[in-house]
Ligand binder design. Sequence first.
Ligand SMILES: CC(C)(COP(=O)(O)OP(=O)(O)OC[C@H]1O[C@@H](n2cnc3c(N)ncnc32)[C@H](O)[C@@H]1OP(=O)(O)O)[C@@H](O)C(=O)NCCC(=O)NCCS
Length: 242
Amino acid sequence: MVSPGIFLKASLNAGREFFRPPVVEDGEPAPYRVPVMVPIRSIGPSHSERIEKHLLALDAHDRYLRFGYAASDEQIRRYSASLNYQRDEIFGIYNRRLELIAMAHLALSVDPDLTSCAEFGVSVLPHARGRGYGARLFDRAVIHARNEGVRMMFIHALSENTAMLNIARKAGAVIERDGSESEAYLKLPPADLDSRMTELVEEQIAQTDYRLKVQAMQFWDLLGLVQEVRRGVRDSRDRMPM
Ligand SMILES: CC(C)(COP(=O)(O)OP(=O)(O)OC[C@H]1O[C@@H](n2cnc3c(N)ncnc32)[C@H](O)[C@@H]1OP(=O)(O)O)[C@@H](O)C(=O)NCCC(=O)NCCS
C-alpha cells in the first residue's frame, strides 16, 4: 500500500523536477539503485508514436530478448500499431524530456476459457537499466492484473535473460526452464482494498508527474525562445552604427 508519506515525497520530487532544465542523458549505464518511487503511468493510444520510438531504439539482441526473435523495424511498427489499449494495459516511465524510457505490456488473454490469465512483456532502454524500473513495472502490472481479476501472470523469457528471470523469481514466480527458453508464472491473489487503493494512488501520482513534465518542457521551450529573441535584439543593436 502506498502510504501518504510516500505520496507526498513523490509529489515533492515531481515538483523539484520542474525547476531543473531537461538534461541529455549520456549512454553510460546507471549504477544500480533502488528508486524511492517511480511514477508509472498507464498509456493510451495517443502515445503510440512514443511506444514505437521506444521499441525501435532497442538493438537486435534486446529485441530478441523482448519478443523471442530479433524483430525487424517493420515488425515492431506492426506490433505497436496492433496494440489493443482497450483490452490490454500499457505502462510507461517517462524522463524529463518526455521520452518513454521504460514500458511494459500486460496482455490479457483473448481465449474466453482463459480470461484469468495475462502475459507480461517489458523493456527498459539500455541507459536506464539497473535502476529497478523493470521490477517496478512488474509490480505495477501485478497490481493492475489483480484488480482486473487475473489469477495467473505469465512471462516468457529466454533462459539467458537473468535480469527478467530475477524480477519474476523475486516476485515469487515459478520458473520452468526448457533449454534456451523459460516460462515463468506467478499466481496472483484476488484484488482487495489495498490493491485497488495502490493502483488508484500510483496512477494519480504518475499523471501529476507527467503533467508537470509537460509544463516543464513548455517552460524551457518558452525560455529558449525568449533567450533567442534577446540574443537577436542584442546582435542587431551591436550591429547598429554608433
Ligand atoms: C529485462 C529488463 C527489462 C530489466 O530491466 P531493469 O530496469 O534493468 O531491471 P531492474 O533494474 O529492475 O533489475 C531487476 C533485477 O535484475 C538484475 N539485473 C539487472 N540487469 C542485470 C544484468 N544485466 N545481469 C544480471 N542481472 C541483472 C538486477 O540486479 C535486479 O535483481 P535484484 O533485484 O536481485 O538486484 C531490461 O534488461 C530489458 O529491457 N531487456 C531487454 C528486453 C527484455 O529482456 N525484456 C524481458 C522479456 S519480456
